[in-house]
Design a protein around this ligand. Structure first.
Ligand code: HEM
Length: 425
């Protein structure tokens, strides 16, 4: 304990392991005394999900994908800075035990026993509810191979589906908002709970990972279950009407990687594509309602397809008006992205964002942080975005400035850890 407290070990992970050991040892000494009251706000047992606002961490699939979309996002993308595979594995184990606690509203670790030590948890979530926190981890292509170098002996395990996302016409990607070796998608209903989770995971990862970019999202732009109401995006339109829904076979067909898809460690996982898409709000706000509805292909107030009256009415791309003109422009967003016509379905789980003013152009830096889950980006996001980039009327009003892709491993079983299948493959 005194070694840990002296600060003689500066490596974050070694230090943390010492602290963990110190905490566990101290906990053993005070059983029945200090421990109960000192640990945190929520009980480790008895959470039934709905009543306490928790989402189970363990399961066949990681939480945060089919989970009813929560209201807030904090997304973190990391570069791995260690060259040692053992460090990476140890961090993934430490992250998992921290996540198991965070998602039930507990601090990342038991409190240190000495006031001379830094607190094991940063403390700002004390007294807050778990807020349906989910933490979802993904591995980027560069974890497997960076500039042709097999950094951690993982290159042979890189899934064929984990391709680099190609450049699309109109892309204005910024390197410091794109890519990453590892990511954590934190979703929940309280931004402070999300901040606390990402801050502490980042702290635990010191010396192994470094934050590359992050993105806050303040309003969900999709519904992922049958009973969620469709929210609105920053263009004022209902977003997420025609989305895959949890609890249907559609997810097995379109979202979860099947065992036969390979590699073995990805069975039950999924692929996540993120795009930071700026809305050119000032331009949009000057266009007429009729133009806005033509661009999207739906009525702004009701969300109904143009020519229909209810949000859930089917989209009929062949319907025409009295003059024989199509009711929905063939280049409208919902026509070009039409999943039935393309034969491609994705699970959208994005968020509205704003990061204040962009001083370079004097306009709001706001838009959609698009997140899509799928079984194979080569057959889903990429061909869909190729179509959209080529002819979507919405292109005049948006700009893609960030892009990333991650292999999201399957869920964690009790006693297991994030990425165990990959690291032990
Ligand atoms: C800022 C950018 C975007 C905005 C504002 C936006 C907005 C919308 C809106 C309002 C709808 C109609 C409601 C609905 O069914 O959800 C929609 C549908 C859709 N969008 Fe987007 N979207 C954007 C980017 C994208 C991107 C990048 C993709 C995929 C590459 C995409 C794929 C889809 C799909 C698949 C649908 C449903 C189409 C169908 O009816 O089958 N969107 N979007």
């Amino acid at each position: 304990v005194s070694d840990a407290g002296s600060g003689s070990r500066t490596d974050g992970i070694s230090r943390r392991r010492l602290l963990t050991v110190a905490g566990a040892a101290a906990g053993g000494l005070v059983v029945g005394g200090l421990a109960g009251g000192a640990v945190g706000v929520a009980s480790a047992s008895g959470d039934d999900g709905a009543s306490t606002g928790t989402v189970p961490f363990h399961g066949e699939h990681q939480a945060g994908i089919a989970t009813a979309a929560q209201d807030r996002l904090l997304f973190a993308s990391y570069d791995v800075v260690t060259t040692r595979r053992a460090d990476l594995e140890r961090m993934l184990r430490d992250w998992t035990s921290a996540a198991e606690r965070l998602t039930i509203g507990r601090p990342v670790d038991d409190p240190a026993t000495s006031a001379a030590l830094p607190p094991t948890d940063t403390g700002e979530a004390e007294g807050l509810h778990p807020a349906r926190l989910t933490l979802t981890v993904g591995f980027g292509p560069t974890l497997f191979e960076l500039d042709g170098v097999d950094r951690f002996g993982l290159a042979a395990q890189r899934p064929a589906a984990l391709v680099d996302i190609p450049a699309f016409p109109g892309d204005a990607l910024e390197a410091d908002r794109s890519g990453g070796d590892l990511c954590v998608q934190a979703c929940g209903d309280d931004p402070q709970v999300l901040f606390h989770a990402i801050r502490n995971l980042t702290r635990i990862g010191r010396g192994v990972v470094r934050l590359r970019w992050s993105q806050e999202g303040f309003g969900r732009t999709s519904s992922t279950t049958a009973d969620q109401e469709t929210p609105r995006n920053l263009l004022g339109f209902k977003d997420g009407t025609d989305n895959l829904r949890a609890g249907t076979d559609e997810l097995d067909d379109n979202v979860w990687v099947a065992a036969a898809d390979g590699p073995t460690w990805m069975a039950g996982g999924s692929y996540m594509v993120t795009r930071r898409i700026r809305n050119l709000i000032e331009v949009w706000d000057r266009s007429s309602l009729a133009e806005q509805e033509r661009v999207i292909g739906r009525v702004r107030s009701t969300g109904a397809p143009l020519g229909s009256s209810a949000e859930r009415d089917p989209i009929d791309l062949s319907a025409t008006d009295a003059a024989g003109l199509p009711l929905i422009d063939p280049s409208a967003h919902v026509a070009v992205a039409n999943q039935d016509a393309l034969g491609i379905h994705i699970l959208r789980r994005g968020y509205n964002f704003t990061d204040g003013l962009d001083p370079r152009v004097g306009q709001l830096d706001a838009g959609l942080f698009f997140i899509a889950y799928q079984r194979d980006p080569r057959a889903q996001f990429i061909p869909m975005q190729q179509k959209l980039a080529a002819s979507d009327l919405l292109n005049e009003y948006i700009k893609h400035v960030g892009s990333a892709v991650f292999a999201v491993p399957p869920g964690v079983v009790p006693g297991g850890w994030w990425g165990q299948g990959l690291m032990q493959a």
